[in-house]
Design a protein around this ligand. Structure first.
Ligand code: ACO
Length: 314
């Protein structure tokens, strides 16, 4: 049912801070907006396993390997919670995967950059997961119930991820000159792409006005980016890392750091499929998704058998 009355009532519920649940009335565009954002979020979690997965066999100690394995498994789990939450909106998992593999659905720009060495694993945990948390803490209060509840759980795990990354960076900065140089090089390469994770400037963000009106977004792209910048620069300085931006300045009046202009050409190149690893990431996903076909078939066959048995015993 769609009529003006339902839309007004829906907006009143949003304005009152209520959660919208799967079976509640929602305007079609709200549903579509959520499917787009939540599925892209799920894809990001799953594709995000690739740059780190590459380092499991080369982790420098058993402890480091265990932590990295646990973290990557968490990311896979986040993808699954999010896919399940999207499915409550009436779209199938296979449809979502098809959108990812055909390039119709995006995933976070950040996962199109390569993880070249162990310091990158530190930088990914600290900066990439650090940026993800700032965004996701805010999304805990998003208006769609299943998304909001998923975020609460995801944030708990994400803060462990950020800390493990920062620990790697701190350890390297307390190490040899070569280790310090590796950590600084990783910082130089991951800093700017991490800032791009928050999306275009608010003035250039087509989805923001609906997202804010419907309280899908509780803070804007620029507000969240600023929070991340303000939190992260002191963390870098504490362990002796230099932020790769000569124009960084703390504004004493506002308490916020100002930074140089972000390279939006690079961002646009990466999100339109021309980043350093876009093709590799999608080809890898397609390969392993196809190889996993038998697992999905076995799960369906098992479910059928089980349901038949249940029916026979009724
Ligand atoms: N990477 C790839 N695409 C992006 C990015 C990015 N960093 N930022 C914006 N975009 C895309 C949007 O998806 C949109 O494209 P679309 O119309 O094809 O969907 C376009 O750029 C315009 O951007 P906005 O209007 O600002 O889009 P939106 O309001 O959706 O804001 C944001 C983007 C902030 C990423 C939002 O979708 C969001 O909060 N998503 C949930 C969090 C998330 O996905 N995190 C993933 C990384 S964290 C992790 O996985 C560990």
């Amino acid at each position: 049912m769609h009529n003006e009355h339902s839309d007004t009532h829906f907006q009143l519920r949003i304005d009152n801070g209520e959660h919208i649940e799967a079976k509640d009335y929602m305007p079609e565009n709200y549903r579509k907006h959520l499917i787009r954002q939540m599925s892209q979020h799920a894809h990001s979690e799953v594709i995000g396993m690739q740059p780190e997965g590459n380092w499991i066999t080369r982790a420098p100690s058993l402890r480091a390997k265990q932590i990295l394995l646990a973290k990557i498994q968490d990311e896979g789990g986040h993808g699954l919670y999010l896919y399940s939450a999207v499915e409550t909106l009436g779209v199938s998992r296979s449809e979502l995967i098809e959108q990812l593999q055909s390039g119709k659905a995006k995933y976070s720009s950040i996962f199109n950059y390569p993880a070249l060495n162990w310091a990158d694993i530190g930088a990914i945990g600290w900066l990439v997961d650090g940026a993800a948390i700032v965004n996701q803490v805010s999304l805990q209060r998003t208006s769609y119930g299943p998304y909001s509840r998923g975020m609460v759980r995801i944030c708990k795990e994400e803060s462990f991820h950020q800390r493990q990354g920062y620990e790697i960076m701190a350890k390297m900065m307390a190490g040899t000159k070569d280790q310090q140089a590796m950590a600084q090089d990783a910082m130089n390469r991951w800093w700017w792409p991490s800032l791009m994770m928050f999306g275009p400037h608010d003035t250039n963000s087509p989805h923001s006005s609906d997202a804010v009106k419907w309280k899908i977004k509780r803070e804007t792209n620029d507000e969240l980016r600023q929070k991340f910048i303000d939190k992260t620069i002191p963390q870098a300085e504490l362990i002796g890392l230099v932020v790769p931006d000569k124009n960084i300045k703390l504004n004493d009046n506002t308490g916020h750091y100002t930074i140089s202009k972000i390279n939006w050409d690079e961002f646009n190149r990466v999100i339109s499929g021309h980043g350093p690893c876009n093709k590799q990431r999608i080809n890898h996903h397609i390969k392993y998704h196809n190889e996993g076909e038998w697992v999905r078939e076995a799960a369906i066959a098992f479910k059928k058998k089980h349901t038949k048995k249940e029916l026979e015993t009724v």
